[in-house]
Design a protein around this ligand. Structure first.
Ligand code: NAD
Length: 244
């Protein structure tokens, strides 16, 4: 018996990295899982792919409706799709601020809005949003990204307050630097990616990158009945970056 037997889950950004690890963990726990992503080609067998860009409300509504239809309902929404941004306040123009906030913050609102009618039919509904340690750690040269992920924490708390009477729990995870294709792409831009990786690992308090599956396990806890009294909060999976 898996802890998610019979449960239906939607994972945004589930085609890569942390989202793919979440989709795999939920599946291993017995859930049937739909992945909403701009890229749903080549998903592992058993996952339902629904293509959408979270910045496009019509495509989100169509994809969520298709997921609910194919899964036969919806219990869990994992709002994980997100993009990065480098630089301080002077380094990104208005268009870039709008672009990143549109994906990282409003994207979660669009998916949640589209999913809520189905979640209200569930007897164990939960939403988990992927924030970042950047929301709270005061990282240099991350103004836009940090602001977007700080907004995710505020949104998580506000949604939890609005939905508690309907027994829909809303929580977040705050990953530290995680070993995903995203970080791989950043490392590949360095003159010596292996040396850059070693330096990045050395900067983590626990001396290594966070595994995507470690984040996935925290997400699964927050999505599970074991977290039935947990809402409006977040779990850091960051090797100690925030706390030490
Ligand atoms: P990734 O790039 O490996 O995966 C992101 C996925 O989101 C991709 O499949 C991509 O196609 C999808 N996506 C991007 N924009 C989209 C859009 N507009 N509509 C639909 N899908 C879209 O990244 P990752 O490292 O797995 O990051 C996943 C989440 O974790 C992000 O929200 C990110 O901010 C957060 N995060 C990552 C790290 C890290 O170090 N990797 C740390 C903290 C937080």
């Amino acid at each position: 018996m898996g802890e998610f037997d019979g449960r239906k889950a939607l994972v945004t950004g589930g085609a890569s990295g942390i989202g793919a690890a979440i989709a795999a963990r939920l599946t291993a726990g017995g859930a049937t899982v739909a992945v909403l992503d701009v890229n749903v080609d080549g998903l592992p067998e058993g996952l339902v792919g629904v293509r959408a860009d979270v910045t496009d409300d019509a495509s989100v509504r169509a994809a969520v409706a298709s997921a609910v239809d194919q899964l036969g309902g919806l219990d869990l929404v994992i709002n994980n799709a997100g993009i990065g941004a480098q630089g301080g306040v002077e380094d990104n123009d208005d268009a870039e601020w709008h672009r990143v906030l549109d994906v990282n913050v409003v994207g979660m609102v669009r998916v949640t809005r589209a999913a809520l009618p189905a979640l209200r039919q569930s007897d164990a509904a939960a939403i988990v949003n992927t924030s970042s340690i950047a929301a709270t750690a005061g990282l240099p040269q991350r103004a836009l990204y940090s602001a977007s992920k700080g907004a995710v924490l505020s949104l998580t708390q506000a949604m939890a307050a609005d939905l508690i009477d309907e027994h829909i729990r809303v929580n977040a995870v705050n990953p530290g630097t995680a070993d995903t294709p995203w970080v791989g792409r950043l490392l590949d831009k360095a003159p010596d990616p292996a040396a850059e990786r070693a330096a990045l690992e050395a900067r983590q308090p626990h001396g290594r990158l966070v595994a995507a599956d470690e984040v996935a396990q925290a997400v699964c806890y927050l999505a599970s009945p074991a977290a039935g009294s947990t809402t409006g909060t977040s779990i850091a999976v960051d090797g100690g970056m925030q706390g030490l």
